[in-house]
Design a protein around this ligand. Structure first.
Ligand code: FAD
Length: 407
């Protein structure tokens, strides 16, 4: 029997194993993961899990666990085992527990949190990527200590939400003049500044961090912040260092450079999820996406490839975040000349209506991107419209009382 060897037991790896079986592949499937824990999902780590172990899913050991019966699927799970190198000519993966041969190899090693220089071992300076990271940070929240969060990105905002709710004094420091600088344009992040204030979180913008030590963050304006703990929420990078010298083509961003069928640069090797970039014909650029939906969807393409079928991965990107009591969802990709159309007023008092949505329309009136705050229906409707690229009527888009639909 042929063997599919999957490296990385996160969402993309687990989903690849499940997809192979769902698509009827009856070869041998081995799933290898460096972490000792049963495979789990990451979004709860900065949400429910920080607030305390949730009751939901408790019978399975927690709502964060990926709900897959590996034995029933005939998937061999090797946990606490790390891939260390790869011989593509000999089709052999090297691991800290010895070599493993493969016919098909799937690289699904995800990403690692970026640490601030020199803080790798500094006590009290946290990152949030793994279950162990979340448990360490939860202890800080449980003690109601003070917390400085570096970076007002998605993770920073979610941790600030949980920490403030737990009764911690929270300061968020961001080098850019606004929250979510890498992800969203200024017009739509402006209203978000208020969210921090309302939650009792101090947001300090336009300030670069110059040094971080235990209980101390120094800022470019010469001031220093004291705190019981520090969280660096400054991004993530593909976990591909172990592939150096293997001949697998990597990008400057550290991603495995896959093709549109998610094949890496050696025969029989695929890459999927947070560790892989792929060329998008839809957008005419290579994309490296660090979001859950991409790690969920990519495995369909990989499994089809292993089965000898031709499938292409090129979805409209989507992700969500839960911050300051709001459900924030983003879809698509804005072009520089796209028109922004508001559905609802972000400055309106909460009582006036359920949330607001920002839509971006391309030159032909087609929906290119959408940000929905507490309007999940807009997201669901917008998703289909963005996939099809049909033109919309701008006046209708601007009326939050009517559903989003084609002109
Ligand atoms: P990962 O989940 O990183 O899994 C990769 C696995 O590979 C890891 O378990 C790792 O230990 C293992 N591994 C790495 N190197 C090796 C090796 N050499 N050998 C063996 N195993 C290895 N996305 C959203 O859209 N919405 C959200 O609300 C959201 N919240 C998030 C909250 C947090 C705290 C984090 C960290 C991420 C969040 N994301 C969210 C992003 C989403 O979780 C990721 O996109 C998704 O987990 C990617 O899945 P993956 O399988 O590619 O990588």
């Amino acid at each position: 029997r042929e063997r599919a060897l999957i490296v990385g037991a996160g969402l993309a790896g687990v989903q690849t194993a499940a997809e192979l079986r769902a698509q009827g592949w009856d070869g041998r499937v081995t799933l290898l993961g460096a972490e000792p824990h049963p495979p789990y999902d990451r979004p709860p780590l900065s949400k429910e899990l920080l607030a305390g172990e949730p009751a939901e899913g408790a019978e399975r050991g927690g709502a964060h666990l990926l709900d897959v019966d590996y034995a029933a699927l005939g998937v061999e799970l090797l946990l606490g085992r790390t891939a260390t190198g790869l011989d593509t000519a000999g089709r052999r993966l090297d691991t800290d527990g010895g070599p493993l041969p493969y016919d098909h190899l799937v690289l699904a090693t995800g990403a690692e949190a970026v640490r601030l220089p020199g803080t790798g071992r500094t006590p009290g300076v946290h990152v949030l990527r793994t279950l162990d990271d979340a448990r360490a940070l939860r202890a800080v929240l449980a003690a109601r200590g003070s917390l400085v969060v570096i970076g007002a990105g998605w993770i920073g905002a979610e941790v600030a939400t949980a920490a403030a709710a737990a009764g911690c004094r929270v300061t968020v420091v961001e080098a850019a003049p606004r929250p979510l600088p890498g992800a969203l344009p200024a017009e739509v992040t402006e209203p978000m500044r208020r969210w921090y204030a309302e939650a009792g979180v101090e947001l300090r913008l336009g300030l670069r961090v110059t040094a971080v030590g235990t209980g101390r963050v120094e800022l470019a304006d010469g001031t220093a912040l004291a705190a019981d703990a520090v969280l660096a929420g400054v991004g993530s990078r593909p976990a591909t260092g172990w592939l150096a010298g293997s001949g697998i083509a990597l990008g400057a961003d550290g991603s495995v450079r896959a093709d549109e069928r998610l094949r890496a640069s050696a025969p029989g090797v695929y890459a999927v999820g947070d560790c892989a970039s792929y060329p998008s014909a839809r957008y005419g650029v290579r994309l490296l996406i660090h979001h859950w939906d991409n790690a969920l969807g990519g495995p369909r393409t990989v499994a089809a490839g292993i089965r000898g079928e031709r499938a292409v991965h090129d979805p409209v990107p989507y992700f969500w975040s839960e911050q300051f009591g709001r459900y924030v969802q983003f879809l698509g990709r804005r072009g520089p000349a796209d028109r922004l159309v508001w559905r609802g007023d972000p400055e309106a008092p909460e009582a006036e209506g359920p949330g607001w949505t920002a839509c971006w329309l391309g030159p032909g009136g087609e929906l290119t991107a959408l940000l929905a705050v507490d309007r999940p229906r807009d997201l669901a409707q917008g998703r289909r419209l963005a996939e099809r690229g049909t033109p919309l009527d701008e006046a209708r888009v601007a009326d939050p009382a009517v559903p989003l639909r084609a002109a």
